[in-house]
Design a protein around this ligand. Structure first.
Ligand SMILES: [Zn+2]
Length: 237
């Protein structure tokens, strides 16, 4: 649950995909020599690492890592589809700051000077946060993100630290529209499900989906009973 949005298909994405697939093929012999039983996975990982050098998979649970790796390995080899991570694990401070920014950046009904956002007192340095911080700041500067006038409204779009599956390492955000569309069709085979219809980039680990398919989606996080049960005080201020 968070801010990243999927990027619409661009002509250059097909070129990137083709080049990455060729790279994976070229790397296959080396991967075979290294791990004969996992050569496709390894070659895929190496090739995607070159295409998405900024992505950071650290902090994902073993289950989420295995599901995500299996899904994007198959996506590459079966359909030539690249799946890159824009955000995985987040520490609680990062997640709460994202929520606070959505609320405190709003021009009304809470003027910015009245906000005492958690993140102003607790700067964080996690790698995952750096990945999304810069574009987010630019968006805030443009005034394109500061549109939620209350904590309740912000909660429809950004989870608190107490409700986000990113904090437990069981969620991944996907950057490209085509990649999210691929996961929408095949993600259940790997236990990855879109949970909220207003967040097509966000996938939770749901191992039971492998046998039972993904559960119906909620309109947004505020409809998720898990969140209502776990929801901590909306702000740590
Ligand atoms: Zn997310």
């Amino acid at each position: 649950m968070d801010e990243p949005r999927t990027i619409p298909p661009r002509p250059r994405d097909r070129l990137f995909a083709a080049v990455t697939l060729v790279l994976a093929v070229l790397l296959l012999p080396a991967a075979l020599a290294r791990h004969p039983g996992r050569a496709r996975e390894l070659a895929c990982r190496w090739a995607l690492g070159m295409r998405f050098p900024a992505e950071d998979l650290t902090g994902l649970t073993d289950g989420a890592m295995a599901a995500f790796t299996a899904a994007r390995t198959e996506a590459l080899w079966r359909h030539g589809q690249l799946i890159g991570l824009t955000s995985g694990y987040r520490d609680p401070h990062v997640q709460q700051r994202m929520f606070d920014e959505e609320v405190c950046a709003a021009p009304a009904p809470r003027p910015r000077h009245e906000c005492s956002c958690y993140h102003r007192r607790n700067p964080t340095t996690s790698r995952a946060s750096r990945w999304t911080r810069a574009p987010r700041r630019r968006a805030l500067a443009r005034g394109t993100v500061s549109k939620y006038g209350s904590e309740e409204e912000a909660a429809r779009w950004v989870a608190t630290a107490g409700t986000s599956a990113h904090v437990s390492g069981d969620a991944v955000d996907i950057g490209l529209f085509d990649a999210a569309a691929w996961l929408s069709e095949y993600g259940a085979e790997y236990g990855l499900c879109q949970i909220y219809s207003n967040e097509p980039w966000h996938y939770d680990l749901r191992p039971e989906a492998v046998d039972d398919s993904c559960p119906p989606m909620y309109a947004d996080p505020t409809h998720d009973p898990r969140g209502r049960e776990k929801r901590a005080p909306v702000s740590w201020r």
